[in-house]
Design a protein around this ligand. Structure first.
Ligand SMILES: [Cu+2]
Length: 420
């Protein structure tokens, strides 16, 4: 009947929308320096509400990277980071996601480093998941460092190597501060016992009281007094339990996810020759003598629940771990999410035919190349200002050379006439 199709609104399949922000899952994110805080930690936790221009800009340009503040890592890392992290890209570890922290500037938030009487400063690495560790290496920029120049490997001096250590959420690094004055950079490398490492840049200011190597007073003879220990500290409480108490897995966590995989990791059990049995949603899916497990063939965007138990040659399976929940990464969306919309109206209707107009709009601030679907009543006999894929039924319309794109506040119009 006449005027039956007053208005129809359709959502377009839209192409050529560049620069949409993906939302990476942060399951692989693991740690950064908390004291002195890294640039990411400062911006994420101390300057979210403003107060530092560089952090403000980071929040504006890539807030997701700040929510993933603990994700500056390299998969495939060796103990020679200078082989795969180029000069100028140390703070981001050459990851474009975090490119903004490479910005050389003396305006980043900085922490004043005041050593204790022995010339030491207790630094703290913060991890969202525990790991056994190959080492933490702490570097400080050499005297004469210019914070307004890109940070290069040749700027750094290694001042501390923790060696192997298990980590919990917080790992203290007792570092002897070298003699420095003014603004410097503390660079920290956290190497895991496999090809993976995390990196962190902290802006610091030395207050000039540095000991220059733990010699607070000139001592002519070697003194028997307790001195700063640089090597491993004997730990009297580190005896493994000798009784066969039920073993619970410590530190089970989702180490990494992709669309089709979940990687679990945990800390080694004290049990000799332990085998770890992995369950997904209550079903055994495998076992391993390693402290990690890769579950493959999963569905994107899906939740899974995992537990791990220790199985010993003598004692069978022991107490089950607390469960961890993992969500595989979402599948890539086929279409960008910012559509163009068409609103149709009848211009005139004479029963056996009609003419209609379509107005295409978008809320996108970027130009959108539009294509919109139409459901044509009857058969199109003439059209203007659009490129039509057919003349009846389901038809798509795109722009012509002068109106191929729309932008917020800049709509496009097309029209057609049809007979019934
Ligand atoms: Cu992990």
């Amino acid at each position: 009947m006449n005027l039956r199709r007053m208005i129809s609104v359709a959502v377009a399949g839209v192409v050529a929308l560049a620069g949409l922000v993906a939302l990476p899952t942060s399951a692989s994110a693991h740690g950064t320096m908390q004291d002195p805080p890294s640039r990411l930690y400062e911006c994420r936790f101390n300057y979210e509400g403003g107060g530092n221009d560089l952090c403000d800009r980071a929040w504006r340009e890539n807030s997701q990277a700040l929510y993933d503040w603990n994700g500056v890592r390299v998969a495939g890392a060796t103990d020679r980071p200078q082989d795969f992290i180029p000069d100028g890209r140390l703070c981001s570890a050459n990851d474009d996601t975090y490119r903004f922290v490479d910005e050389p500037s003396a305006d980043w938030p900085a922490t004043e480093l005041t050593p204790d009487a022995a010339g030491n400063y207790r630094m703290t690495w913060y991890s969202s998941a525990p790991h056994e560790t190959d080492y933490y290496r702490v570097y400080v920029t050499k005297p004469g460092f210019d914070p307004t120049e890109p940070l290069a490997w040749s700027d750094l001096e290694l001042i501390h190597d923790s060696g192997k250590t298990p980590t919990g959420a917080y790992t203290d690094l007792d570092v002897t501060l070298p003699e420095r004055t003014g603004r410097h950079m503390v660079y920290v490398e956290w190497k895991l016992p496999w090809a993976e490492a995390f990196y962190s840049c902290s802006d610091v200011v030395f207050d000039g009281s540095g000991s220059g190597g733990a010699q607070p007073t000139p001592t002519p003879t070697p003194s028997p007094s307790p001195e700063t220990t640089v090597g491993p500290t004997p730990n009297p409480t580190a005896q493994p339990p000798s009784s066969p108490t039920p073993e619970v897995i410590d530190g089970l966590h989702v180490h990494d996810t992709t669309q089709g995989t979940v990687q679990l990791m945990w800390l080694a059990s004290d049990v000799a020759d332990a085998t770890y049995v992995v369950r997904r949603d209550g079903e055994i899916i495998g076992d391993t003598s390693a402290t990690r497990f890769l579950d493959e063939g999963l569905t994107p965007g899906t939740d899974y629940r995992y537990t791990v138990t220790v199985s010993t040659p003598a004692g069978g399976e022991q107490t089950e771990s607390d469960p961890v929940l993992a969500r595989t990464d979402d599948a890539e969306p086929d279409e960008p999410a910012n559509p163009a919309t068409v609103q149709e109206s009848i211009l005139s209707d004479w029963g056996t035919g009609y003419c209609a107009r379509g107005v295409v709009t978008t809320t996108s601030q970027q130009p959108v190349t539009w294509t919109v679907p139409l459901d044509v009543d009857g058969r199109i006999t003439s059209s203007w200002s659009g490129t039509f894929s057919g003349d009846h039924g389901s038809v798509t319309v795109a722009g012509t050379w002068y109106n191929t794109t729309v932008v917020a506040g800049g709509p496009a119009e097309f029209g057609y006439c049809a007979t019934r």
